[in-house]
Ligand binder design. Structure first.
Ligand code: ZN
Length: 324
């Protein structure tokens, strides 16, 4: 067998190109380059429910030694190198989940509204590509009040995007972010997040608040997973004899925080509590072999959690399913 080297590979393609140029191979008209990405939505079934993961884009966030408070910077850099990430640039993708129960369309989290990073904001276009009119969304469930989860409720002109949807949010999240005393006492760096919560919610009528732990819609139960924020909520979804776990921001990028569930990301307001809940949910997903969806997992943002040691896990991403 001939050894395929980089050199012979290039020599081969050069020869092929030359042959084409000489007209010894059939030549077709040059196709114009598409110049843009394909629509990004992914469907799967859970019992009788049809779920659609809808991508919004990626934020390439510069991080430094302070980003993971309780791990050496060298270990964080190694975890990033192991996942082929550019040094110091964390990939943070955004993927929301739309649940069609057969009688209701339920959207869980609403993406960035194009207001967070130049490389994100394609949620609306992808929703349209999936054939969904924002007017047809009946219910919006919110996991927590960080801007990448709530900003899509309104467009850049502050107009509501889902005019017919009832919006439900975790009560402890509302209690924290809408509290003026908490806003005034917060460090300056956090004040914009408080103001953003007010921009989104203050003039909305009938925002429903739920106590995490409750069933919010048939087959959709909220799970208290505090720590990332004071009211951060995950969700269990079940239909027929199938169930899945929507992890929300229980972990950020999985190559860092599923593999190292003890690490405290700068995004986690209470690092130890976030890590505790992260390990609990990752363990449950691994033991029960449940499909999980993670808001900041690589698109389509779902897969299984596998245990790799007594204290570590990994994400086994889902394989694209050609049929439902
Ligand atoms: Zn997030």
């Amino acid at each position: 067998m001939t050894e395929l080297t980089r050199r012979s590979l290039f020599a081969g393609s050069a020869a092929a190109a030359a042959a084409t140029a000489l007209g010894t191979m059939p030549s077709f008209a040059a196709a114009p380059a598409a110049g843009k990405q394909a629509p990004a939505f992914y469907r799967f079934k859970l019992g009788s429910y049809e779920l659609t993961a809808i991508h919004d884009g990626v934020w390439y966030r510069d991080i430094d030694a302070k980003f993971v408070g309780n791990a050496p910077w060298a270990a964080v850099q190694k975890a990033m190198a192991d996942a082929a990430m550019e040094p110091g640039k964390l990939q943070i993708p955004f993927t929301t989940l739309l649940v069609n129960t057969g009688s209701k369309l339920i959207l869980i989290d609403t993406a960035t509204g194009g207001q967070l990073a130049a490389t994100a904001g394609s949620f609306t276009a992808n929703l349209a590509a999936a054939g969904v009119d924002p007017k047809s969304v009946d219910t919006i469930l919110i996991s927590h009040f960080h801007p990448d989860h709530i900003n899509g409720i309104k467009d850049k002109e502050n107009k509501i995007v889902f005019p017919n949807a009832e919006i439900s949010v975790p009560e402890p999240e509302w209690a924290f972010w809408m509290d003026d005393a908490k806003m005034n006492a917060a460090p300056d760096g956090m004040k914009p997040a408080f103001r953003n919560v007010r921009r989104i919610f203050s003039d909305l009528k009938d925002v429903k608040r739920f106590e995490p732990g409750k069933e919010l819609a048939p087959g959709i139960t909220s799970i208290a997973a505090y720590g990332h924020t004071p009211g951060h909520t995950a969700f269990a979804i079940s239909s027929g004899n199938q169930s899945m776990l929507l992890l929300s921001d229980t972990t950020n990028n999985p190559w860092l925080f599923v593999r190292n569930p003890d690490w405290h990301a700068a995004f986690d307001m209470d690092g130890p509590m976030a890590a505790e809940n992260r390990k609990k949910l990752l363990d449950r997903a691994a033991v029960d072999r449940m499909i999980v969806q993670g808001y900041h997992f690589p698109f389509p943002a779902s897969g299984h959690i596998v245990k790799t040691s007594a204290t570590t896990y990994d994400l086994a991403p889902v394989l694209w399913q050609p049929s439902l």
